[in-house]
Design a protein around this ligand. Structure first.
Ligand code: C2E
Ligand code: SIN
Ligand code: SIN
Ligand code: FE
Ligand code: FE
Length: 417
């Protein structure tokens, strides 16, 4: 459980909530925003677990989860689970979305049979968890439109004993949820913008890239997370860096906007000359962030430029003395730790994803063949520590792949799945 809230006076609680709402603006990606909303709501209410569903196309989409009993702050595949619940009175979250009213339940297994909804025990049955108290809160925009539903589970007091949610939690958490809606919608819009931008750049091959971009972003963030924990990096720093990385990694191939369709969609192997042109997508991408002012811009530039460098010094584009020069030639390849860290995560994420996918020039590979290649390339193409982190969380990686599947190339606007 997060540190219990030591506040208690209404004015302190409200000030705390306003401070939390303000700090949500530091975060870029919607997952990082949901993660912090759950952390703070659980701190304020003492909840052991929590889930957020977001509303899209008239259904509630499971979007984030915490559970201290089952997976305490660990890289976990449950975050990438796909589940949708209809907005109607048959489920708890559906009921709350439909009525727009908060609902407090003291024991999920002892509901009055006259109530229209029932508790869905499938999660408990799968995991052995025992849900008791549930506080389900609508997340509303300023126009009272429903953005989603937050569900807090098993309120615990300072001694760890569980009980019903307090009156304070019932009173003040709706305020936090509603303040958070602005940040959530902004986070969704950030992903939408990136996906549209990448659609222009690369998605002239429409069957592929929205999902590819989302996967590479999520893989990179999770590989970094594991790598950073192994090194004992501070939790706050991990959350900050992984939020930037998730977004910046999605932009790794933005420089493909300058590559002609003839090369991009060529069904067969590229000639040397075509491949030489293709290699410039790294430099061209980096140039878009040349006048980088924010840390996100700087990371996006490093990733765009360096995601095809190799640990053994056989990648491209190499050191470029002046990125702004009119004619840029490939330089001496970077190697090892000369390659910026963020790009080393994306290099692995991108190749893994390319191998899992069918391309206009290749079929997809089996997992076995892919894992063999990654092990062979450990210390060659890839930073060995990055390969180790990746292999450690392969269950999370496959959950991400499952969540952001190609769907016949039908839609590119699915941010919440
Ligand atoms: P991509 O398709 O997204 O591939 C990204 C990286 O994944 C490649 O970087 C490469 O390191 C790895 N990769 C992809 N397919 C294979 C494969 O079959 N075997 C192995 N061992 N590795 C693979 P790379 O090679 O620098 O290529 C960068 C981009 O250039 C590719 O992005 C793709 O858009 C294009 N490209 C590369 N080779 C060809 C080709 O033969 N034909 C066509 N049409 N495009 C190619
Ligand atoms: C419900 O609230 O009944 C559906 C979602 C869940 O399983 O928690
Ligand atoms: C997406 O994940 O954004 C869309 C999926 C696709 O491009 O097939
Ligand atoms: Fe690339
Ligand atoms: Fe790529």
């Amino acid at each position: 459980m997060p540190d219990p809230c030591t506040c208690g006076q209404p004015v302190e609680i409200v000030t705390d909530i306003l401070r939390v709402s303000e700090r949500l603006n530091d975060l870029k990606d919607v997952d990082a925003i949901l993660d912090r909303i759950l952390t703070e709501s659980r701190r304020l209410s003492g909840a052991d677990a929590g889930t957020i569903f977001l509303l899209k196309d008239d259904a509630l989409h499971f979007s984030y989860v915490h559970n201290d009993t089952l997976f305490r702050d660990e890289a976990n595949k449950h975050v990438y689970m796909t589940m949708t619940v209809d907005v109607n009175e048959h489920s708890i979250v559906g009921y709350v979305a439909k009525t727009g009213e908060l609902l407090a339940i003291d024991d999920a297994y002892d509901l009055d049979p006259a109530l229209p909804f029932s508790f869905n025990r499938s999660f408990d049955e799968r995991t052995g968890y025992r849900t008791r108290s549930i506080l389900t809160i609508p997340v509303k925009s300023s126009q009272a439109r429903i953005v989603g539903v937050m569900q807090l589970i098993n309120s615990k007091d300072a001694s760890g004993a569980s009980g019903p949610f307090s009156d304070e939690a019932r009173t003040y958490l709706p305020l936090l949820a509603n303040n958070a809606s602005v940040a959530i919608e902004r986070g969704i819009m950030t992903r939408e913008l990136i996906l549209r931008m990448m659609q222009m750049a690369e998605m002239r091959d429409p069957s592929e890239t929205g999902a590819h971009v989302q996967r590479v972003g999520a893989y990179s963030a999770e590989i970094y997370d594991r790598w950073a924990r192994t090194r004992g990096i501070d939790r706050k720093e991990i959350k900050r860096y992984r939020d930037l990385l998730r977004v910046a990694a999605m932009l790794h191939d933005v420089g493909k906007v300058g590559v002609s369709d003839l090369i991009l969609k060529k069904p067969g192997k590229l000639t040397d000359e075509e491949f030489a042109t293709m290699k410039l997508h790294t430099v061209n991408g980096a140039r878009l962030f040349l006048n980088a002012t924010s840390e996100l811009d700087a990371m996006s530039r490093e990733i765009a430029l360096n995601h095809h460098e190799k640990w053994n010094g056989k990648g491209y584009p190499g050191a470029i003395p002046d990125l702004g020069a009119e004619d840029v030639a490939l330089g001496v390849p970077k190697r090892g730790e000369e390659i910026p860290l963020a790009a080393r995560f994306v290099a692995l994420a991108d190749v893994f994803d390319a191998l899992c996918s069918r391309r206009s020039y290749k079929a997809e590979w089996s997992d076995e063949k892919i894992l063999d290649l990654l092990r062979e390339e450990k210390g060659e193409h890839f930073d060995p520590e990055v390969v180790d982190a990746f292999l450690d969380i392969f269950d999370v990686i496959t959950a991400i792949r499952e969540k952001f599947r190609e769907e016949g190339g039908v839609r590119h606007d699915e941010i919440i799945k």
